[in-house]
Design a protein around this ligand. Structure first.
Ligand SMILES: [Cu+2]
Length: 161
């Protein structure tokens, strides 16, 4: 093809027509809802992908915010230990102290022998083998306890608000 002014004119006209067609197509796409939604979807997918690496942290936060329920649970009093000896419960929860040992038991709040830290947390009598004593914790705090007859047996109950 010879490079004549006519050829340049034709090529220029084709170029202008091409630019106009591309411009019209782009303008049509901009007003098309489905085409506008696509970038948002990609953004959402991108943000979900961005969140994946932090999901373990989110799980930790979930664990931190798990609500401790109000429960009634049993602490078995063995000859030389509590089972379990450490508990975490919500205020209003109840412990049933069950004596499955061979001798009298007397679970009570520290401090031995006065039990003044949580005075109500004290049956004020021995619990014979095979019997139980229930106590409902209505005060939040960390309460150490012991066996009043054998004070070397100890435990702790944490009561949350
Ligand atoms: Cu005591």
């Amino acid at each position: 093809m010879k490079t004549t002014p006519k050829t340049i004119f034709v090529l220029g006209a084709l170029l202008i027509i091409g630019i106009v067609i591309v411009g019209v197509l782009l303008a049509t796409q901009d007003t098309d809802d489905t085409q506008q939604a696509a970038p948002e979807e990609q953004n959402n997918q991108q943000s979900l992908q961005d969140q994946e690496p932090v999901s373990p942290e989110a799980t930790d936060q979930d664990i931190d915010t798990i609500e401790i329920p109000i429960v009634t649970t049993t602490v078995v009093m063995r000859d030389d230990y509590y089972e379990p000896a450490y508990l975490i419960m919500k205020k209003g929860s109840t412990i049933i102290w069950k004596n499955e040992s061979s001798s009298d038991k007397w679970p009570a709040s520290d401090v031995h022998p006065s039990h003044t830290i949580y005075p109500e947390f004290d049956p004020k009598r021995p619990i014979p083998p095979g019997e139980s004593w229930s106590f409902t914790f209505d005060k939040a705090g960390e309460w150490d306890f012991h066996d009043h007859i054998k004070p070397s047996i100890t435990g702790n109950v944490t009561i949350t608000e």
